[in-house]
Every structure is written in C-alpha cells, then in structure tokens.
Design a protein around this ligand. Structure first.
Ligand SMILES: *[C@@H]1O[C@H](CO)[C@@H](O)[C@H](O)[C@H]1NC(C)=O
Ligand SMILES: *[C@@H]1O[C@H](CO)[C@@H](O)[C@H](O)[C@H]1NC(C)=O
Ligand SMILES: *[C@@H]1O[C@H](CO)[C@@H](O)[C@H](O)[C@H]1NC(C)=O
Length: 437
C-alpha cells in the first residue's frame, strides 16, 4: 500500500547533499561540450551527462538504447545507436530542470506537490499545525567503526518521538568496507536503507542498482523497500535520471542541494520546475553539521525551519566524520513535543497525506505499532569473510586489488562483490533487469 502511494508521489527530496568526491576525473570519456548529454561511442545503452566537463555515466533501462538526436532513451528499433555529430550550435547551457512552473490547480496531493517558490506547506496547513520533521541522513559504509555510535544514538529508551515510537534514520549505504550483518540489524530495527552507490564515485544506475542488489544478497534487505538514493557527486541527472528511477522502482532522490534561502524549501515532486535557484554545478556544497569547518550554527539553521514553514530539516552525516557527542548534544536541543525524527520515506508519506499535528497519533505510517512485516533480526554470529578483491581493471584503475573483510549472515562470496559481480562468484553478472512491478 505504502509503495503504491509513494510511487505515485514520486518525488525528489530536497536536502543538503553529500560532499564532492575526492577522486580524480574519469579519463575514459571526453565531454564534447561543457554540459549536456552525449552517447557512448561503443555501447548503445550507455550515455554520459556532462556537467562542467565531467562525464557521469548513465545507462538506459534494459531493452532501451540512447538516442543521441533526441537525447533520451528509447526502444532499440527507434533509437539511433551511437553519437551523432551535430554542428555545434550557440553555446546554450541545456538546463535539465527546464519544466513548466508550478500550476497548483493541476498538481493535487497525493500524486503531485509543488508551490511557486517551494515554500508552501502541503495541504495548506499552518506552521503551528505542522510537525517539524527532522531527517537524520547517514551516508557511507556501516561497519565496526561507527555501528556502536548508531546503537547509542538510536537508543530507544533515551530518545523517542512524541508518539512514543523510537526515532529512526535513513542510511545511505555504500559498499566498500560495509558490514552487511550490521546493515541487516539496522534494517530489522526499521531504519530506512537507501543507496549511496557501490564505489562512492558515480551515480550511474549500475552503481545504484548494483548496490540495491548487494543489500538484498548480503543483508536480506528487500529490494522493494530500497526506495531512495543520493548521488555521491550531488549532481542529479535531470529528467533522464527521473525516468530511469521510475523504471527501476526508485521513488525519491536526495541529491539536490538547496541554497540557504531565508525560508526553507519543502520537498517537491518533479512534475514541475525546481522552485529554487539551483542548477547542476551551480549549487552550494553541502552542509554537514559536526564536520566542524563551518561556523554555521545548527541551531540557527534548525530555527530557520522551525520558525518559518517547518520544512523538513535534513541533517546529513558522513559516517567517517561522525561525531556522536556533537550529534547527541544537538539532538537533545531539538527534542520537542512537535519535532519528529523520521525517515525520508516517512516524511514523503506525511507530505502526501498531511495530517495536522493534533491528529498525528492516528497517522499509521509513523506508528511503529502499526508496522506490518518487520524483518527478522540479523544473526548473532555473522561470517567474517576474508575475500580477495579483484576489481575489473578496465573499469576503475583507481581500485587497488587486495583483501577485504565483509561481515554477513550469509555464506562468504568467492571474491569481494563489486560492480558487475555483485554476488562475488567471480563471474560477470548482469543485474540491470528492472524488478517486476
Ligand atoms: C540506552 O540508554 C539507557 C538509559 O540511559 C542505558 O541504560 C542503556 O545502556 C542504553 N543502551 C545502549 C545500547 O546504549
Ligand atoms: C563562530 O561563532 C561563534 C559563536 O557564534 C563566534 O563567537 C565566533 O566569532 C565565530 N567565528 C567566526 C570565525 O566567525
Ligand atoms: C529474509 O527476509 C525475509 C523477509 O523478511 C524472511 O522471511 C527470511 O526468513 C529472511 N531470510 C534470511 C535467510 O534471513
């Protein structure tokens, strides 16, 4: 039921995104122009989104080819394979967000949500009737270095939501160094599991679908419950990405960063133009509270949300910089009768059915007691797999072969799972088939 509702409310959660990757540029493909979409010369399904001359590789859904003339994926017999050389026109910067402006009359909840400047509260609620949602977004590998912090942070006896349910976070998982037994444990405690890609370098769909498959194989996370993603390089892929997200059953993306405007922006569905001034490449870099390089006070930032329109407040943490003391201190300041620590998907569910705060005890999607089919807890004694890591040399020369450890409740793989070999059997797997919907 929830999935159906969310799919219709397919949207893009605005948030602070992750940092720029520190990895060198991919030398494989030279962008023919600064920005735009370009076919791969060798592979009909593959194309690149160039942003400031950096190529982000993307793949058309299974069965479709990239049509370089119309700049979209289409059926094989319709799409022309390969790059099409066109005489370079005037240097227009193709704005992937070009869409019509919000027409509220044609954008009713629960399937569509927008407002002219992005600041209106869903359902026309008054701020005083609106729960202040706080979304803890944790990016990166989950392992022995950070897991105990999470256990303490999400201590159910210490921090609770006003309905007595435990507060929950959204984990954007990347593969390398992740302990899948720990992920399985977080999942069984009803935290949301989302994607940060396999290699933390790109956001192509093999990265995202590959990561989702690994979470299923190694942590028994249902593919139907992995609904969202965050691009490692914080560059959303425009309409093409959105269409592919739908094809693969994803519902939301949290890669767009929002400039620190006075009145915060609510998440929106992608039917209409993005209502804030943020284009690929032009967005400010992310805010990670607790990273400590910014003097921007989290308190002030939170108040900007709480005292204005109560747009969900997203606090992003990278697992490597995780500072538990800072965070817990911060959280204690934010605990109020009308603040709720919810997952990204729970926030979207509220937005598609905005229940005022005084009736929220009847809002089932936030009620832990109403949750059906809670996944069973992970095993107590996981396999601690020590496996050879043999990344395909043609894909990424930056990965150094060696040995990796991987915790899982399942049998150890023959070699370290990676792009193209998500089950770690040493063979080449094609995992691009969209799931049955
Ligand atoms: C949770 O908090 C309670 C009360 O402060 C404490 O006794 C307990 O040990 C904590 N649990 C964990 C797992 O940290
Ligand atoms: C940072 O914030 C503190 C407290 O608000 C202030 O006292 C300090 O001067 C600020 N530092 C800088 C470099 O702005
Ligand atoms: C995987 O999850 C499903 C659904 O929660 C559960 O029925 C099954 O027992 C789990 N399998 C293992 C091996 O943990």
């Amino acid at each position: 039921m929830a999935r159906w509702c969310l799919l219709l409310a397919a949207g893009l959660l605005a948030s602070f995104g992750p940092v720029e990757s520190q990895f060198p540029q991919d030398q494989g493909f030279q962008c023919p122009a600064k920005d735009g979409y370009f076919a791969d010369p060798d592979n009909c399904r593959k194309f690149y989104q160039c942003v400031d001359e950096y190529p982000y590789d993307q793949l058309c859904p299974s069965g479709l080819h990239w049509d370089d003339r119309r700049k979209q994926c289409d059926f094989k017999d319709v799409a022309e394979c390969g790059p099409i050389t066109t005489t370079p026109g005037p240097p227009t910067t193709e704005d992937p967000y070009k869409a019509t402006s919000c027409d509220t009359a044609n954008c009713p909840l629960p399937n569509c949500f927008c407002s002219k400047d992005g600041t209106l509260i869903p359902g026309g609620l008054d701020p005083s009737e609106t729960p202040q949602m706080i979304i803890l977004a944790l990016d990166g590998a989950v392992n022995g270095q950070n897991y105990e912090h999470y256990v303490r942070l999400f201590n159910d006896t210490e921090h609770k939501n006003p309905n007595e349910c435990p507060m929950r976070g959204t984990f954007f998982i990347s593969h390398e160094y992740t302990d899948y037994q720990m992920v399985q444990q977080l999942y069984s405690k009803s935290h949301e599991i989302a994607l940060y890609s396999v290699t933390r370098t790109r956001s192509g769909f093999k990265e995202m679908v590959g990561m989702r498959t690994m979470l299923n194989l190694w942590a028994n996370v249902s593919e139907f419950e992995v609904l969202g993603m965050r691009s490692p390089r914080l560059k959303p892929g425009g309409n093409e990405q959105f269409n592919m997200m739908l094809d693969y059953g994803f519902v939301w993306d949290s890669s767009v960063s929002v400039p620190p405007v006075r009145v915060p922006v609510w998440p929106y569905t992608l039917d209409y133009k993005i209502p804030h001034d943020c284009r690929s490449g032009g967005c400010p870099t992310s805010q990670y509270p607790g990273k400590g390089h910014s003097n921007h006070s989290t308190r002030e930032d939170f108040n900007r949300h709480y005292e204005n329109n109560r747009a969900p407040y997203v606090m992003s943490f990278h697992t490597n910089w995780f500072n538990e003391a800072n965070l817990i201190e911060g959280l204690n300041k934010f605990l109020k009768d009308d603040t709720w620590f919810v997952t990204m998907t729970q926030a979207l569910l509220w937005m598609s059915d905005p229940v005022p705060v005084n009736q929220i005890s009847q809002f089932d999607d936030w009620d832990c007691r109403k949750r059906k089919e809670v996944p069973p807890p992970a095993c107590n004694l996981p396999n601690s797999c020590k496996v050879p890591f043999k990344p395909p040399p043609d894909v990424d020369k930056r990965w150094i072969p060696g040995t990796r450890y991987m915790g899982t409740c399942f049998s150890c793989p023959k070699q370290y799972p990676w792009l193209y070999d998500v089950d770690g059997d040493g063979g080449q797997a094609d995992f691009f088939e969209p799931p049955e919907v």
